[in-house]
Design a binder for this molecule. Structure first.
Ligand code: ADP
Ligand code: MG
Length: 241
């Protein structure tokens, strides 16, 4: 569904990705884990067209054909179903919850369908429905994360790119978010590439995992195999694992 081949990305004067290769199949959850500064956020930004691809190829395979990320506008990628849920949530604090959600569906001209999608979002996260007319800035961190996920769903993703969904959240809230992601994957078949510093959490729900170091994939396998690998545990999951 999503294929990255020898991807290279330069930021400023630094080459951050040095030939990154990975594949995400339809309906799969993949975890991309690795230390701070490894290039995980850079990978997602390049995939959604926020950073240029210097070399290599990223493609999104759809029923209607193949989209080459480097040759597509961000709007075309969104229309193709590649949706980025960015690091730090990035909700519009001075817009209402409903306005934030509507921005997720800005390409959709069918008002009846947008209303149906809003209904789905409020069913998934009732707290958002109860407060739909209030500014998003007043939400807690966990609620803002729910809003960020719900906004991404408004675009009817086929592939969801999630950057550190657990960052700064209490464990119970994180669990709630991850349960929702698993449900969306199972029930709607949304494929996901999840970047997480909390590697254990992401690998537990992932079908497969990729370990990234300094702009390259250094190891990959099923989520379970990586969780059971002593070297991965020591290097990325901390002593407590
Ligand atoms: N805005 C930027 N300009 C130039 N270099 C950057 C910028 N942001 C990050 N970098 C560089 O890219 C590298 C990878 O960053 P990032 O993709 O954010 O890593 P991760 O998400 O894995 O923590 C960092 O080591 C940093 O040096
Ligand atoms: Mg990051």
């Amino acid at each position: 569904m999503l294929r990255l081949e020898e991807l290279q990305v330069v930021r400023g004067r630094t080459r951050v990705l040095h030939g990154l290769t990975l594949e995400l199949g339809a309906g799969e959850i993949a975890a991309l884990v690795g230390a701070n500064g490894a290039g995980k956020t850079t990978t997602l930004m390049a995939l959604s067209g926020l950073l240029p691809i210097a070399c290599g190829r990223a493609t999104l395979e759809l029923e209607s054909g193949t989209l080459d990320v480097a040759r597509s506008t961000p709007a075309a990628l969104v229309a193709g179903g590649l949706i980025h849920c960015p690091e730090g949530r990035q909700v519009f604090a001075r817009l209402t919850i409903e306005e934030n959600l509507r921005l997720g569906a800005y390409l959709n001209r069918d008002e009846a369908e947008v209303r149906r999608l809003l209904g789905e979002a409020y069913a998934l996260f009732p707290v958002l429905g109860e407060r739909r007319g209030l500014n998003a800035g007043g939400l807690s961190g966990g609620e803002q994360m729910m809003l960020a996920v719900a906004r991404a769903l408004m675009a009817q993703p086929k592939v969801l790119l999630l950057d550190e969904p657990s960052l700064g959240l209490a464990p119970q809230i994180t669990e709630r978010i991850f349960d929702t992601l698993v449900e969306l994957n199972r029930e709607r078949g949304v494929a996901m590439l999840i970047v997480e510093q909390n590697a254990m959490l992401a690998l537990e729900i992932a079908h497969k995992g990729f370990v990234m170091e300094e702009g390259r994939i250094v190891m990959s396998g099923t989520g379970r195999a990586l969780l059971e690998d002593a070297g991965v545990v020591q290097a990325y999951l901390g002593a407590s694992a």
